[in-house]
Ligand binder design. Structure first.
Ligand SMILES: Cc1cc2nc3c(=O)[nH]c(=O)nc-3n(C[C@H](O)[C@H](O)[C@H](O)COP(=O)(O)OP(=O)(O)OC[C@H]3O[C@@H](n4cnc5c(N)ncnc54)[C@H](O)[C@@H]3O)c2cc1C
Length: 447
C-alpha cells in the first residue's frame, strides 16, 4: 500500500485538518483517541450523543481481564458479581455457581466513558458531542497534503458531520479534513457503510431497563433462558449499584425486546416480585454475533479508514461481551496508526490486523464464543435449554461454567479448559441428539 509518513497535522486549534478523525466516543473510540493523541497525532472524536456516555447501550459487565489492560478507577466498579443463577423456562432446575475470585464487575458506564474522554482530552484529543458522522471520501484535488501516490492514496479525506445546535435545535453540516478515518461507531457502523467496508450481518438485539423495587442479592446475576422471549440468548436480572438491571437479548429478527421484557416479568418470581418495579431508565442496542469482519481497512482512492470494536465485529458472539475487544483493538490500532502516520512504517496497520488475535488471547476468546453461539443458535426449544441447564447444574457442568465465567481469565483459557469442556460433553450423550452434536463435531474438527 503506497503510504508514506508526513508531518503531523497542524496544532493550530482553529485548523480543520486532523491526522485522525474517530467516529464514536465509546470504549473503542476513546481508547484509540487516548493513545493516538499521546503518540502525537492530532486527533478528533465525533460523537452523535449530546454528551459522552449520555446514552448507555450496554449492561456494563467488565471481565476482570479488562482491568489488566485498562486502568479503571475503583469508583466506576459498582457491584462485584460472584454468583450466577441460571434457569430455563418451564423447569425448576437451576444451575448455580459461585466463586470467591471476583471474575466480573458491573460498571458505571457513563462515569467510566466520561473519565476515558477526560483522559483522551488530557493527552490532547478533541471530543465533539452532538456530531453525527455523515460521509467521507478521499479528496482527489491537490493541496498541501494532496495526492502524491500513484493512485492518490496519500490525499486527505473530507469528512462531514451534522452538528446539532443545543440552542436552535437546528443541524448544520461541517466539513473537516483528516489523513485517516476511524470507525468506532458500533455494530451498525456508518463509517463501514460510507467507505464500503464489511458490515455486521448477524446481530442480537438487546434491551435493558434499570428498575427500582427489585430486591435481589447484590452479588448475583440471574439468568433465564427462553427460546421464544429471548431466542438464542436469555433474560437477565442483575444488580446495578442500589437498583437492578432487567434485560433481554435475542436474535434480532425473531423477537421484540421490549415486548419480551414486559412478558418476562414473572420469570423471576422464584427470586423476587417484579410486579411493583419502577422503570427509571431504558436502554437498548445491537450486538454483533457474526464474528470478526474481514475487510475492516482500506487505503486507496476511495479513502483511508479502519474499523474498531463492534464496528469490526470484535464482540463475543455468545455472551455479547464486547468491551474487552473494543479496548484492546482501540489501543493497539492507535499504536499502529501512529507508527504509519508519524514514522512512515508502511506495514503498521497490516501487522496490527494480523496480530490482533494474539493480543490478550482475543482470537481464542472470539473463537470459543463463536462455537457457543453456533450451539445456542441450534437450540430452538425450551426442552433443549432445559437439558443445557441440567447439564450446567451437574457437578462437571458446574465446574466448567464456573471456570469459564467466574474464575478463568480470558488469557488463561488454554487447552486445559477445552479438555474440561470436552469431558463434560462426553458424559452427556443426550446432547448429541440436539444442536450440541453439530457444535461438538465442529469443535472436535478444529481442536
Ligand atoms: C444490551 C447490551 C448489553 C451489553 N452488555 C455488555 C456487557 O455487559 N459487557 C460487555 O463487555 N459488552 C456488553 N455489550 C456489548 C458492548 O456494549 C459493546 O461490544 C461495546 O460497547 C463496543 O464498544 P464500541 O466502542 O465498539 O461501540 P459502542 O459502544 O457501540 O459505541 C459506538 C459509539 O459510536 C457512536 N456513534 C454511532 N454512530 C455514530 C455516528 N454516525 N456519528 C457519531 N457517533 C456515532 C455511538 O453513539 C456510540 O457512542 C452489550 C451490548 C448491548 C446492546
Amino acid at each position: 500500500m503506497p503510504s508514506s509518513s508526513q508531518p503531523a497535522a497542524p496544532r493550530d486549534p482553529k485548523s480543520d485538518r486532523y491526522d485522525v478523525i474517530v467516529v464514536g466516543a465509546s470504549f473503542a473510540g476513546l481508547s484509540f483517541a487516548s493513545v493516538a493523541a499521546a503518540r502525537g497525532l492530532r486527533t478528533l472524536v465525533l460523537e452523535r450523543d449530546p454528551v459522552v456516555g449520555g446514552v448507555v447501550r450496554t449492561t456494563g459487565i467488565l471481565f476482570s481481564d479488562v482491568l489488566d489492560i485498562q486502568e479503571v478507577p475503583q469508583r466506576y466498579l459498582m457491584n462485584a458479581v460472584r454468583r450466577l443463577r441460571i434457569r430455563a423456562s418451564g423447569s425448576d432446575a437451576v444451575a448455580e455457581m459461585s466463586s470467591e475470585a471476583y471474575r466480573f464487575y458491573m460498571a458505571d458506564v457513563t462515569g467510566l466513558l466520561q473519565w476515558m474522554a477526560e483522559q483522551a482530552e488530557g493527552h490532547g484529543a478533541e471530543v465533539i458531542c452532538g456530531a453525527m458522522f455523515q460521509s467521507a471520501e478521499r479528496d482527489g484535488s491537490s493541496g498541501p497534503n494532496g495526492p502524491n501516490g500513484p493512485n492518490g492514496s496519500n490525499g486527505e479525506m473530507r469528512v462531514r458531520y451534522l452538528a446539532a445546535s443545543a440552542e436552535t435545535q437546528e443541524a448544520r453540516t461541517v466539513e473537516l479534513r483528516a489523513r485517516m478515518l476511524i470507525g468506532a461507531d458500533g455494530a451498525r457502523s456508518r463509517v463501514a457503510q460510507a467507505l464500503d467496508l464489511d458490515r455486521n450481518e448477524r446481530l442480537l438485539a438487546g434491551a435493558e431497563w434499570l428498575v427500582e423495587g427489585a430486591e435481589i442479592e447484590r452479588d448475583t446475576f440471574y439468568l433465564v433462558m427462553d427460546a421464544q422471549l429471548a431466542p438464542g440468548y436469555c433474560v437477565w436480572l442483575a444488580p446495578h449499584a442500589e437498583i437492578a438491571a432487567f434485560g433481554v437479548a435475542g436474535r434480532q429478527r425473531e423477537f421484540k425486546p421490549n415486548e419480551s421484557l414486559r412478558l418476562a416479568q414473572t420469570m423471576f418470581d422464584d427470586v423476587t416480585d417484579l410486579s411493583q418495579m419502577r422503570v427509571v431508565e431504558r436502554k437498548g442496542g445491537n450486538i454483533p454475533t457474526g464474528g470478526r469482519l474481514k475487510r475492516v481497512y482500506r487505503d486507496d482512492e476511495r479513502g483511508r479508514a479502519l474499523l474498531l470494536g463492534d464496528a469490526a465485529g470484535l464482540c463475543g458472539a455468545a455472551t455479547g461481551g464486547g468491551i474487552y475487544p473494543a479496548l484492546i483493538s482501540g489501543r493497539l490500532a492507535a499504536q499502529a496508526v501512529a507508527q504509519e502516520l508519524l514514522n512512515g512504517s508502511p506495514a503498521g496497520i497490516k501487522t496490527y490486523l494480523r496480530t490482533l488475535p494474539q493480543a490478550g488471547r482475543l482470537g481464542p476468546y472470539l473463537q470459543i464464543e463463536d462455537w457457543i453461539r453456533f450451539a445456542l443458535d441450534h437450540m430452538t426449544s425450551n426442552a433443549d435449554l432445559q437439558t443445557l441447564v441440567r447439564i450446567m447444574a451437574s457437578p462437571e457442568g458446574n465446574r466448567v461454567v464456573r471456570a469459564a465465567l467466574l474464575e478463568t481469565p480470558i488469557i488463561g483459557m488454554d487447552k486445559a479448559f477445552f479438555a474440561m469442556a470436552r469431558g463434560m460433553f462426553m458424559q452427556h450423550p443426550r446432547l448429541y441428539g440436539t444442536a450440541f452434536r453439530a457444535a461438538w463435531q465442529r469443535l472436535a474438527l478444529r481442536a
